[in-house]
Design a protein around this ligand. Structure first.
Ligand code: AMP
Ligand code: MG
Length: 411
């Protein structure tokens, strides 16, 4: 049976996972989301001239020939304004962020002054030790942002600095692609959840916690759809519940050639699925399709393989890019870097691209080096946990020690 090239499978999936329609999102919920519209400033920042230093607001001309003594006529904290103006020979004590008082055109930093009157805090007179130029230590109104400035472009990912800008403009909401809700379910009669002794034939469900975390790390909202036995009606109910409330559903297990691979049976009946054998190792079996939600929405369904490493590699290569596209990201892929293999990365020709779990390091010149992270079986999750990258080893005899290899950086 001919294998599906990875690029083709990826294209097939991405073509069917359009971005979710934008909506108004509260600032408090916007972190990590992608802006659907540009943000224009409606006001100037800073809103008024203010001091960049703790010190004394003065007329710069008065400091010519410093040291000079000035009469202190008021004190101004951040958050306050004053009607008192600074006249010739006068100064106002001022704290960082306070608005510049009328009459003053510069600030002398407190470190360049000494109290000069009776008041030990310099509230009545101050000795200015240095000359200052007009504008010194003054932050001009609007020198950060002007009204009408496009401060954030459409497509920007909202991170800490973007949230700061939005908050400084007084924005309450933004137009953004919503966080995708992504359902995750495990299938298999052999699976048990949590600690406790295992009966013969049982293993613990590791895919669901792993995939729920992968979904969250991709910026989506994970929805736990449970651990489902190999039972057609239970599997169908889980997928239908997922399609009702989620923007995508991931299942693991039940998509290969076994007798109880019922995910296949159920999805063929209720959805529009494409079953693939992708030319990669691990994660050859993969299913993708659309399931109609109750409101006519088409919900993408990802049938990931059951083997623990396969399910995560399949997520990385096929589901994660699609989920990021659904959230409006233009950049959906992990970064790929060129590394050198510190040891041979062996393999045999089999028509597939191998994705080896590798430890990635940088040498003193910042060049990337990789070595194997451990056992490369599709059940050997420990090596996946030790890996920071997937080395892309093309079909053939592998990479010789010292040879170049592309690596997908997982973190
Ligand atoms: P399947 O495709 O359902 O036959 O599963 C392939 C292999 O993956 C079998 O060895 C399963 O026991 C294992 N497997 C399936 N689902 C999980 C899971 N949620 N957690 C850990 N292993 C699993
Ligand atoms: Mg199974």
């Amino acid at each position: 049976m001919a294998l599906d090239p990875l690029e083709e499978a990826r294209r097939y999936v991405l073509d069917r996972c359009p971005a979710l329609s934008p909506r108004r999102v509260l600032l408090a919920e916007a972190e990590g989301l992608v802006l659907a519209e540009a943000v224009e400033a409606s006001e100037q920042i800073p809103p008024w001239d203010n001091t960049a230093m703790d010190g004394y607001a003065v007329q710069a001309a008065d400091t010519v020939g410093a040291p000079v003594t000035l009469r202190v006529v008021d004190t101004l904290m951040a958050g306050r304004a004053t009607d008192v103006a600074v006249g010739p020979g006068e100064a106002i004590r001022i704290m960082t962020g306070a608005p510049m008082p009328a009459g003053a055109d510069a600030v002398v930093m407190v470190e360049r002054t000494r109290p000069a009157g009776d008041d030990p805090d310099g509230r009545d007179a101050v000795l200015v030790e240095v000359e200052v130029a007009p504008g010194e230590a003054v932050r001009r109104a609007g020198d950060d942002v002007q009204p009408g400035d496009e401060v954030l472009r459409a497509g920007t990912v909202v991170g800490p600095a973007q949230l700061g800008v939005l908050a400084s403009l007084g924005a309450a909401e933004v137009a953004a692609h919503p966080r995708a809700r992504v359902g995750v379910l495990s299938t298999g009669d052999e699976l048990v959840v949590g600690p406790g002794a295992l009966a013969a034939g049982q293993i613990r469900d590791s895919n669901r916690p792993a995939l729920l975390a992968a979904v969250r790390a991709a910026g989506c909202e994970p929805v736990d759809l449970g651990c489902i036995p190999d039972d057609e009606s239970a599997i169908e109910a889980a997928f239908r519940a997922g399609a009702e409330t989620c923007d995508a559903v991931l299942s693991s297990g039940g998509v290969s050639m076994g007798e109880v691979d019922l995910v296949k049976v159920v999805l063929d009946r209720i959805g529009e699925m494409r079953w693939m054998q992708i030319a990669i190792k691990p994660a050859k079996p993969f299913a993708f399709g659309l399931l109609a939600g109750p409101d006519g929405r088409e919900v993408p369904i990802f049938g990931l393989p059951g083997n623990p490493v396969s399910s995560l590699v399949s997520f990385e290569l096929l589901a994660r890019p699609a989920l990021r596209q659904r959230m409006g990201h233009a950049d959906v892929d992990r970064p790929t870097v060129r590394a050198s293999a510190t040891e041979a990365l062996g393999r045999r020709p089999d028509g597939k691209t191998h994705f080896l779990r590798v430890v990635v390091e940088q040498d003193a010149e910042h060049a990337y080096r990789v070595r194997t992270a451990g056992g490369q079986g599709s059940h050997q999750l420990a090596a996946m946990a030790a890996a920071d990258g997937l080395a892309v080893v093309p079909d053939g005899d592998g990479i010789a020690a010292g040879g170049p290899v592309d690596v997908l950086l997982l973190r």
